[in-house]
Design a protein around this ligand. Structure first.
Ligand code: NAD
Ligand code: UDP
Length: 318
């Protein structure tokens, strides 16, 4: 297959590009590096099956030659990133997704959307299965991301119904691993960076809110299974083992042997209280399940952050 990966210079996108190349596919990676990093794909640039286009997908997206599949991952994903770029986030979720869909339509290609568990907002139903419609504050600060992704799902489903585009929707739950930016503000990267530099771990609120953390390699296997199928979904892709933020902090402190303390900060507006995916649909239809325990995944991620200790002390968010 020749696969166009939007957002391919980001955390998940670069792992997806790598996995596609490893199994013999060709990749055209499109990115504007608004939250990605050229370093993520530097090692792929010499590969004959890999092409890179510096492109903003909110502009027209053109890929010369054949395209068999489009994986649309372009979008800020970390709360500090999308809160800093609210209008860009809305634009890439709406215009960017339509442009990526039109690319798939022109090439009669499979289209996979990287949607999110934020579709469920601050869920009133727990755990979350795909039939739950969600609880999103449409004018709150997080809405620029949540509603953009809800629109992205809506327009993808409409292209499927109206134009017959072969769409698949992945609702990705919190995923972590190597190539997260140490200062991207997400909880796993923040805690590891703080633990390794001896800074206090920043716990928002009482730390009793929960998330379910999926290791990147597991998630990428799920995205590939969806890409290879002709299923629309949506499919929850995530690890159903749920942890409080406080538990995560304790785990990171124990695994790094860090002397850091924990410090509580105010909980951001509309921060979801609980989050855990039901993954039976992905298990039954795609034959997918995550296999990496949180200790195994964290230990690989901590090892990566130690290797990139040059990045830990640069406090820039971007
Ligand atoms: P990331 O910020 O590392 O990657 C996003 C990439 O998209 C970056 O390389 C960025 O430069 C690029 N991008 C943003 N706007 C663009 C534009 N207009 N044109 C071209 N490129 C653009 O984030 P990530 O964690 O790798 O997330 C990738 C995708 O997966 C996102 O769509 C995100 O919403 C989704 N997702 C991620 C998670 C997670 O836990 N990592 C959870 C749910 C959903
Ligand atoms: N969080 C925290 N300290 C941090 C960053 C995040 O306590 O330094 C909390 C945040 O309030 C949320 C959870 O950790 O409850 C997950 O946050 P993240 O930004 O990683 O993901 P999301 O909120 O998008 O699920």
């Amino acid at each position: 297959m020749r696969v166009a990966v939007t957002g391919g210079g980001g955390f998940l996108g670069s792992h997806l590009c790598e996995a596609l190349l490893q199994r013999g596919d060709s990749v055209v990676c499109l990115d504007n590096f608004s939250t990605g990093d050229p370093e993520n794909i530097a090692h792929l640039l010499g590969c004959p099956s890999f092409e890179f286009q510096h492109a903003d997908v909110c502009e027209t997206v053109e890929v010369p030659g054949r395209v068999d599949a489009v994986a649309h991952l372009a979008s800020p994903a970390s709360p500090p990133d999308y809160l800093r770029q609210p209008l860009e986030t809305l634009a890439v979720g709406s215009r960017g997704t339509e442009n990526a869909l039109r690319l798939a339509l022109r090439h009669n290609a499979r289209f996979v959307l990287a949607s999110t568990s934020e579709i469920y907002g601050d869920p009133l139903v727990h755990p979350q299965e795909e039939g739950y419609w969600g609880n999103v504050n449409s004018i709150g600060p997080r809405s620029v991301y949540d509603e953009a992704k809800r629109y992205a799902e809506a327009v993808s489903a409409a292209y499927h119904r109206t134009h017959g585009v072969d769409v698949g929707i992945a609702r990705i739950f919190n995923t972590y691993g190597p190539r997260m930016r140490p200062h991207d503000g997400r909880v796993v990267s923040s805690f590891i960076t703080q633990a390794l530099t001896g800074e206090p771990l920043t716990i928002y609120g009482d730390g009793k809110q929960t998330r379910s953390f999926c290791y990147v390699d597991d998630l990428i296997r799920g995205l590939l299974a969806l890409l290879d199928s002709r299923e629309l979904g949506p499919f929850n892709l995530g690890n159903p083992v749920e942890h409080t933020v406080l538990e995560l902090a304790e785990l990171v402190l124990a695994m790094t042997g860090s002397p850091s303390e924990v410090k509580h900060h105010p909980l951001p507006a509309d921060d979801p209280v609980r989050r855990r995916p039901v993954i039976s649909r992905a298990r039954d239809v795609l034959g997918w399940a995550p296999g990496t325990s949180v200790t195994e995944g964290l230990s690989r991620t901590i090892a990566y952050f130690k290797e990139r200790s040059d990045l830990l002390r640069t406090s820039a968010v971007a």
